[in-house]
Design a protein around this ligand. Sequence first.
Ligand code: KG4
Ligand code: ZN
Length: 363
Amino acid sequence: MWIFARRLIIPCMASSFLVLGIESSCDETGVALVRVSEDGGVPQLLAHALHTQMAMHAAYGGVVPELASRDHIRHALPLVRQALAQAQQALPSVDVVAFTRGPGLAGALLVGAGVACALAAALGRPVLGVHHLEGHLLSPFLSADAPEFPFVALLVSGGHTQLMRVGGVGNYELLGESIDDAAGEAFDKSAKLIGLPYPGGPHLAQLAEEGDAVAFNFPRPLLHSGNLDFSFAGLKTAVLTQVQRLGELTETQRADVAASVQEAIIEVLTRKSLAALRHTGCKRLVVAGGVGANRALRERLNATCKAHGVRVHYPELQWCTDNGAMIAMAAALRLQAGVQKATFDYSFEVRPRWPLQEIIEAT
Ligand code: KG4
Ligand code: ZN
């Protein structure tokens, strides 16, 4: 049941409704269906479909925005059909259409927003724009073992490195963030410097398995800064200097550089996460975003947190990188918690640069 108020729509708290979510902020087109049930429990993921453009961009060594947009156009509707078929639902049973409003590549965002708004307009259903980072933050709710509030979230993606206190849906306190490059960028740029293909992060992580993590002493930026901010730009410069000094790298040296860079990033992320847990008094840590897929980071965080009586939650690997399920889930949780309303405004303005702070202040 829906309550219509001006051009806003608010689901009745006792009602069950179906959310279709579309993610298209970068190089993954993701679509998912999430059901909010009457019992007020965690919304249930019914289906999800994903197309990654990784292979297409690999030839260029990075994401080509125009190609990304065109590929989203090719895949968005077939993925919607796929998700609906998987969930055995017909399009008219969708109650709300959610999409990533930002941050991300403008053209790529416009495709997802355009498809979402066109579908919603055709169905006469409301739309809801979701902040991509909130999708990552709430992605652990896609797991059977969802965390309880409050928790500290370490958000480590290709574009962001942030520590946040999450008190509830829409209740986020930024504790610290990168003042320059993100952790994912540090992985990707270092990988490029040692000749690894795009996307560098997973390749560097794989090569690091064979390397010596103490072979090179790369800087641990802002480790002793006394606050919870990060800085990774200097690390990339240190890797460049080291690589130039070594000249032609042997296989062993490449693996050693990979392991040493990874070690520097992991040490900073682990120590700062621990400091954030101490600062907030939280006993739960949630790790979200693409870098959260890193096995060595997980091992270190597990060991450190265990020693300090802290429980760590990771979204499953498939929810660490960009996907539609986290967007549908974030929309479902926001509607369920009553912190945002879906609207019939189909003008689909996107926000390529959208500080999370703005949704915190608006909530
Ligand atoms: O969250 P995400 O999929 O996209 C953004 O919103 O940015 O994160 C992508 C980032 C890339 O920098 C990628 O290299 C990194 O996550 N990444 C990894 C691993 N898997 C993905 N970095 C280190 N180790 C990994 N296993
Ligand atoms: Zn992301």
